[in-house]
Design a protein around this ligand. Structure first.
Ligand code: NAP
Length: 336
């Protein structure tokens, strides 16, 4: 089988970036990874270690320190596998170099902001909604617990196939490459609906960072999701219904807990554990923003964002703050 003709620059060698880069390489594409800080140091010292249930490999992919270091040609695709807060700084560094104007940008972030930011810098933007149980707590070591498929990735033109036909073609091609590399993929016409659906889950990421009784944290989770649904609906978002719309069987990417996957420690938790920044302002904070712009109160999300913003600012690890600190900012009985 001939390999993919596309040449991928994947920025961010974390949980998603490593799993995507490895798959694209398996699909026969030319891949370069961009890494920084402790991950770059680890890649140079011992290579990027990627484990899956029953397998371990050291990625055989060039790793460079700067996104502006890769000379760009017509077949390149830029894949952003950073957290949302790093999308804009990365694109500002990259977008005005020669050749970048021809390069499609793929945004794999949770939340709703990445595609909007990317459209300021790139003509062709493809959004992706990623469901993968990736764990990255030691810099340069990524474990993906899904099996046999790597994970689920839904891709679509941003803002939509109807408004961006070239991005729609790129979305289909990238979905083909990732499918060839072992992901379950789907190419959809309205990616924003999938991103909004996923955000209803990702607003619970921040709750994993709090200490507290499981029952009380469940009540907090229910409240943040209820607020998110109301605020995002008022902002005009519709939600995909994966049970009806998915074209693949998600059971083919089941989570194998044996290899070190820990429920309740998703990517936001992992960032706090590594002391490497917070995406909360683009997940919980997206709900707060939508509420403020559209007149829907979101006190529980706002309180959660405030407590975790202070925690991130102080560089604290997960579970430093207690749920009581969030409740103290809310009227008595705010959680049912
Ligand atoms: N992990 C999962 O299971 C999962 C599942 C679904 C969706 N997602 C979403 O996917 C996105 C990526 O998450 P992740 O968990 O893969 O993040 P991650 O493990 O933190 O990896 C992101 C990496 O990108 C690096 N980075 C940021 N800007 C860079 C730049 N300009 N050049 C080079 N490296 C750069 C970061 O470095 P620093 O550490 O120095 O910041 C970090 O190593 C997030 O939006 C997340 O919400 C994650």
């Amino acid at each position: 089988m001939a390999g993919s003709p596309r040449r991928y620059v994947v920025v961010g060698a974390g949980g998603v970036g490593v799993a995507v880069a490895a798959a694209l390489q398996d699909a026969g594409a030319d891949v370069v990874l961009v890494a920084r800080g402790a991950v770059l140091a680890a890649a140079r010292e011992r290579g990027l270690v990627y484990t899956r249930p029953g397998s371990r490999r050291v990625l055989d992919v060039p790793v460079v320190p700067d996104v502006a270091e890769v000379p760009l040609g017509p077949d390149h695709v830029l894949v952003l596998a950073t957290k949302t807060q790093d999308v804009e700084p990365t694109l500002r560094r990259w977008a005005w170099q020669p050749g970048a104007e021809r390069v499609p940008v793929v945004t794999l972030q949770n939340g709703l902001e990445a595609e909007r930011v990317a459209a300021r810098y790139a003509e062709v933007v493809v959004g992706g909604t990623t469901l993968v149980a990736a764990r990255h707590v030691v810099p340069g070591e990524v474990h993906v617990a899904n099996h046999p498929a790597v994970g689920q990735l839904v891709l679509g033109a941003a803002p939509s196939a109807a408004l961006a036909p070239r991005a729609d073609e790129v979305a289909a091609a990238v979905a083909d490459d990732l499918r060839a590399g072992g992901w379950l993929t789907q190419h959809v016409p309205e990616i924003a609906r999938w991103k909004a659906w996923k955000l209803l889950h990702n607003v619970t990421n921040a709750t994993e960072l709090l200490a507290g009784e499981p029952h009380d944290l469940d009540r907090l989770r229910a409240a943040v999701v209820e607020e998110a649904r109301a605020a995002l609906t008022a902002a005009g978002h519709a939600f995909a219904d994966p049970d009806r719309e998915r074209t693949f069987d998600p059971a083919l990417a089941a989570v194998d807990a044996a290899g070190g996957w820990r429920p309740g420690q998703q990517s936001t938790w992992q960032s706090f554990a590594r002391g490497s920044g917070s995406e909360v302002d683009f997940l919980t904070g997206e709900v707060v923003l939508a509420g403020r712009l559209h007149g829907v109160p979101t006190p529980v999300n706002a309180a959660l964002q405030r407590v975790l913003g202070a925690s991130a600012l102080a560089g604290e690890p997960p579970a430093t703050r207690h749920l009581d600190e969030v409740l103290a900012l809310l009227p008595t009985g705010a959680l049912r």
